[in-house]
Design a protein around this ligand. Structure first.
Ligand SMILES: Nc1nc2c(c(=O)[nH]1)N[C@H]1C(S)=C(S)[C@@H](COP(=O)(O)OP(=O)(O)OC[C@H]3O[C@@H](n4cnc5c(N)ncnc54)[C@H](O)[C@@H]3O)O[C@H]1N2
Ligand code: MOO
Length: 430
């Protein structure tokens, strides 16, 4: 049986080809325009070029404190008993260039304002006598010497002109956008978002006494949108393979997706609509050594007259979510941003669990702090239909394939879920 690691490697290879076009097709994005129109355009993007500092960062020597711009030499002999008195000149607010400072003068200067020519140190306003700003022409007494350079933020001290801010392929979060803006770029090239078509399937999704709500389509759409994809969705509430194939041909022709992700219809039943529709067109369906998420399909599939990468997930909602975390999003991150898998963290289980032989099991757990360190408390049972407990979990615990039981207190590998809200408050039903 295919291992989880081997199936993930296979998805990495599939996505590497599938996302090559999106990687090559960059588009220019200007944060100011996006902020005025739709700030979500900036979220989940990946750099399509390497970005270097357009100028020195900071662009000029500037004050680190609200205070007095001085010549350090003027204060060489200052003591509390014999403070040096300096003539106050015009104030320098941030955003303005002050006049050059002569010997014997002190300019009121605000944090971030350019240090005036002639000055080489800043004395915080609270260190003056009095500890407040004075008007031009008055005299401020300063009771201590300061080394030249005190509270001066040097031009280029963060990054010099031309230095690398971020490499091509880097994912852009709040800190990255801030660094790009600060480094003097009003616009940068980003990769086109991968276009992903998500599809839910099965007659049970149609209204009726044996019908159920569709939980998978929204899960797939939100997870992949959160990962930076441009997602479109398609519900197929039937078990007719020809109808599914025709619907996929039409949508693939219309949307030109880089990737199609389906849920349901791939196991051993008499009506496995995804398997029946797509196996003849190239989808490779099998069972991997994972629970939940055993049935899996992948491969290039002939749709709309061309080969399209398809990942087919089993239909149980927890199987979809665990498959997303362990396989799809993990492989997508690796291909799209080069992000390595987070190093596994070992946490003892709060209670013993059993696991099917030969299957890597992923249990939903909640991390709880105890005086002796964190413990992993299983949330809900192992069944892949138990979706209601999923939002109460904050991580997945991996039970290795060779284990059929893990005792309370034994350490297990933990991976976080809910990437956007890792610190969500704990919540209980009732
Ligand atoms: N004889 C066997 N039966 C099953 C096997 C097996 O190996 N041999 N594997 C089981 C496992 S494990 C899983 S997981 C499921 C996977 O089945 P499918 O991928 O074919 O998915 P479906 O049969 O279509 O659905 C499974 C389950 O999930 C519900 N479902 C489907 N779509 C949705 C949706 N959009 N929203 C909410 N719930 C959905 C569906 O009603 C079923 O209950 O097969 C086992 N059987
Ligand atoms: O492998 Mo299935 O996903 O347990 O229900």
């Amino acid at each position: 049986m295919t291992s989880v690691a081997d199936h993930r490697a296979r998805l990495v290879a599939l996505l590497d080809g599938a996302l090559a076009a999106a990687r090559a097709e960059t588009e220019t994005i200007a944060p100011a325009a996006a902020l005025a129109d739709d700030p979500t355009a900036l979220v989940g993007r990946v750099l399509g070029e390497s970005v270097r500092a357009a100028g020195d960062l900071p662009p000029f020597d500037n004050a680190q404190m609200d205070g007095w711009a001085v010549r350090a030499a003027d204060l060489a002999d200052a003591t509390p008993e014999h403070p040096v008195r300096l003539e106050v000149t015009a104030e320098i607010p941030a955003g303005e260039t002050g006049r050059p400072l002569a010997a014997g003068q002190a300019a009121p200067i605000m944090t971030g304002a350019p240090v005036p020519a002639g000055a080489d140190a800043i004395v915080p306003v609270e260190d003056g006598l009095p500890a407040r700003f004075l008007a031009p022409g008055e005299r401020i007494a300063l009771p201590a010497p300061v080394p030249a350079g005190t509270y001066v933020r040097r031009r280029g001290g963060d990054l010099p002109t031309g230095a690398l801010v971020l490499p091509e392929g880097h994912p852009l979060d709040a800190g990255e956008w801030a660094a790009i803006a600060a480094a003097g770029h009003a616009a940068v090239r980003v990769r086109r978002r991968p276009r992903v078509l998500v599809v839910s399937t099965g007659r049970e999704l149609a209204a009726g006494p044996a019908g159920i709500p569709d939980a998978d389509l929204v899960a797939l759409a939100v997870a992949l949108t959160g990962a930076g994809c441009a997602v479109r969705s398609l519900q197929q509430p039937h078990d007719d393979p020809e109808r599914l194939a025709a619907a996929l041909d039409a949508r693939v022709t219309a949307l030109a997706p880089d990737l199609v992700v389906t849920a349901g219809g791939i196991s051993a039943g008499a009506h496995e609509v995804v398997r029946q529709a797509l196996e003849p067109r190239g989808l490779d369906v099998g069972v991997i050594a994972m629970q939940p998420g055993g049935p899996q399909g992948a491969g290039p599939v002939r749709l709309g007259g061309r080969d399209v990468a398809v990942i087919a997930l089993p239909g149980n909602p927890v199987s979809v979510l665990v498959s997303l975390e362990v396989l799809v999003l993990s492989a997508l991150r690796a291909v799209w941003t080069g992000a390595p898998e987070p190093a596994p963290r070992l946490v003892p289980l709060a209670e013993g669990v059993v696991s099917p032989a030969g299957r890597e099991q992923y249990r939903r757990i909640r991390l709880r702090d105890t005086p002796t360190g964190p413990i992993a408390v299983p949330v809900g049972g192992p069944g892949s239909h138990l979706i209601a407990a999923y939002p109460r979990a904050d991580a997945l615990a991996r039970i290795p394939a060779e284990r059929t039981a893990v005792a309370a207190g034994e350490p297990v590998e933990i991976r976080s879920i809910h990437g956007l809200h890792p610190d969500r408050p704990e919540w209980r039903a009732g």
